[in-house]
Design a protein. Sequence first.
Length: 107
Amino acid sequence: MEEKKLKKNLGKNIKHIRFRRQISQLDLAEEANISVTFLSNIERGNNFPQAGTLCNLAKALNVEVWELFKGEGISSIEEESIVDRISDDFAKQVINTIETIRIQYKT
């Protein structure tokens, strides 16, 4: 497997496991002792972490290091489903906030 493909596969798998565990990038980055920017770059396949960081990521995701390299990552259908759920939750929050503001400022 070429290096570029290895980076992409690793990134997809980390993102996939993170989504399945419902862990934010911020929480995972903090737990793995790396920056959110670095984690984002790993997930996009732009950076490859050193061994210690791989161990920290695996521990934070509660998997073995080798599991970060297997599989194909999250499918586009699963990703769309997650985005839809987030979008629905966000819409509900906005509606609730608007309603709260209306009640508070009703004259």
